[in-house]
Design a protein around this ligand. Structure first.
Ligand SMILES: [Zn+2]
Length: 112
């Protein structure tokens, strides 16, 4: 799980940026997981496996939970997501406008 712990949260951010980057749009953890699987994520990964990452994004102030139906969580963005390049780890990263300017790569965490 060490690779997933680093890469999956970044991929979730990228998916939100590419598909749901609108503060009026509601999206779910299920939709994002399906999009990630259609992009090659291991199909064995379950909604329970990614729950911790959505909780991280919620705690970071990127998304807010607006409803829940069993394991399906409905979210909206607090503010639009911006794509930027971290000059420390050289990765393209995605941060909400209201989030601290800190690289979301858990192995980097440099100021951006
Ligand atoms: Zn970085």
């Amino acid at each position: 799980m060490s690779i997933s712990n680093t890469v999956l949260p970044l991929q979730i951010r990228k998916t939100i940026f590419e598909k749901f980057n609108d503060t009026n749009v509601r999206f779910t953890n299920d939709e994002i997981l399906e999009l990630l699987k259609s992009n090659g994520l291991d199909s064995a990964i379950t909604i329970d496996d990614v729950e911790q990452y959505f909780n991280q994004l919620r705690d970071a102030g990127l998304i807010r939970q607006i409803a829940q139906n069993f394991t399906t969580n409905y979210y909206k963005l607090f503010d639009v997501v911006e794509k930027m390049k971290c000059t420390s780890c050289n990765q393209e990263v995605y941060l909400g406008k209201m989030e601290p300017r800190v690289c979301p790569n858990s192995e980097c965490k440099a100021s951006i």
